[in-house]
Ligand binder design. Sequence first.
Ligand SMILES: [Zn+2]
Length: 206
Amino acid sequence: MLDEHLLGLKIQLVIKVVSSQKFGDLASFEIQRSMEQPLVLQNVSDAHWKFFWSLSLTYIQRNVIYRFITGCIPSRGRLHYMMPTVFDSHNCPVCLSPHESASHLLFDCPSKEKVWQGVIFEFLWPTTTIIDIKEALLSLDFSDIWYSQVKGIRPYRILLITLSQIWLAHMRFVFDNTPLVPEAILVSVRSTVRQTVDEDNIHSLL
Ligand SMILES: [Zn+2]
């Protein structure tokens, strides 16, 4: 099984190749992206960006949400649009439904939906919806998701942990053919939540 660092490098490589082939070179891709960003980023206020950059997150946790907000998740719909000769289908590789979007890859694919439902049931206020979670992540405004069933961890940390574990499981499925099992992702979420609480407890004692 790939470790997280190697998996991250592989993902970066695919994105770089796709970007350079579509736009000719990376420089022109950067220009294209910088033209798109102001519209995409309108949902996030300056205060929420400041809050985000102040958080202590892992590389994967920060990378996935940043990509989601800026529209850079390498979903099959996006990859097919950018490089149709390499990615000949825009279908979801997991459930085969047509046009895998970023939202489908991270939230709406049935296996990912099951993970989010499990996380809501186990960690959050029971009436929280996946739409609420998506909106909070896209705006970095977590004021409506304020309740955590676990002491010692804020709900937004649980959301970021879940998002990164779903992303890792998806990439392992794509690159390693590792089966994508919602229960296994939930085990990883649970373990990372516990580890985060323990680490914060240790830091508070130092
Ligand atoms: Zn799917």
